[in-house]
Ligand binder design. Structure first.
Ligand code: GLN
Length: 305
């Protein structure tokens, strides 16, 4: 297993040169394009690390599954899925267009930016501090890492260049689809995206979802099996943005990507996989990460779809 992963890491990391690091959040543009880390955590707690698993990056869109899990636990499935849909979209993750075109004016799913912003608004905790602390606690429990924090530089960079996400939020409020203090909600969203992790953390996140909510490192049942299954289902249909269909065909594993270059994958009943390589394709998915997951799916027979 260790040798197979090392070979996969070597072969896929070379693919990074075909992508480019995200620049629309200036702080992300500083990421090392050559960094590559690959980690696997199995449901019995066994871990395999390859490449640079100390390399730290921000969760970005991967944070959306953490907040979704929290909202499902605290507010229940029906409340969550009456505020956001559960269907995939062929549009980019920060698209505004559909929100106005489709009625009701509700985000298509919780993993595009508009949907994730609405999910933040559903959290019952008071104010921005209450909400972000609850998200951080959930992230720490899911990843068995009490040290997970917000990277302040990335958070400020994202907040200072947030016209697009602000537009989404203010439009949603104008049509009655987003309620609450909009500046608090956006602030929490920027901070959740800026939570900093490494590939090992990401593999534990995937493993906790894979093991029906039981964290295999701490032995704690963090979320219910039903929440874990819903999150895996939404990752399957929407986790790779408008690349979700292609990923389902080519790789066939529930997964979630982020523009920090991370991808978290969850093989039900077996393992979580965390991979990071900052250069992205046109859709915002890590090029080398996609290559690694395709190879793992094939060589370790991980396809579940
Ligand atoms: N923080 C990013 C944004 O809102 C997250 C997007 C992503 O990872 N696709 O633009």
């Amino acid at each position: 297993m260790k040798e197979t992963l090392a070979l996969i890491a070597q072969a896929s990391s070379i693919q990074a040169s075909k992508g480019s690091v995200a620049t629309y959040i200036p702080e992300l543009a500083k990421a090392d394009p050559e960094a590559f880390g690959l980690a696997v955590t199995e449901c019995d707690g066994t871990q395999y690390l390859s490449g640079n698993c100390e390399f730290r990056f921000t969760l970005q869109s991967i944070s959306k599954v953490v907040t979704l899990a929290l909202a499902l636990e605290e507010r229940g499935k029906d409340n969550v899925f009456s505020a956001v849909g559960n269907s995939p979209t062929a549009d980019p993750f920060n698209s505004i267009m559909r929100l106005e075109m489709d009625a009701p004016h509700r985000p298509h799913n919780p993993l595009i930016n508009s949907g994730a912003i609405v999910v933040v608004s559903l959290l019952p905790e008071e104010g921005r501090e209450g909400k972000i602390e609850a998200i951080l606690d959930m992230a720490r429990d899911l990843m068995a890492n009490g040290d997970i924090k917000v990277n302040d530089r990335v958070y400020r960079s994202e907040k200072n260049t947030s016209d697009r996400n602000r537009s989404l939020a203010y439009f949603l409020r104008s049509v009655g689809s987003l309620k609450g203090d909009i500046e608090d909600i956006l602030d929490v969203y920027f901070r959740q995206c800026s939570m900093e992790v490494n590939a090992k953390d990401l593999s534990i996140l995937g493993a906790t979802f894979a093991c029906d909510g039981l964290n295999p490192i701490t032995g704690k049942q963090v979320i219910s099996p039903q929440t874990a299954r819903i999150v895996r289902a939404i990752m399957t249909t929407c986790g790779m943005y408008d690349g979700s269909g292609e990923f389902a065909v080519n790789v066939g594993i529930p997964a979630k990507s982020g523009v920090g270059g991370g991808i978290m994958a969850s093989v039900p009943g077996r393992m979580g996989i965390g991979v990071v390589s900052p250069p992205l394709d046109q859709r915002g998915n890590s090029v080398a990460g996609l290559a690694a997951l395709a190879a793992i799916s094939e060589q370790l027979h991980c396809r579940v779809l």
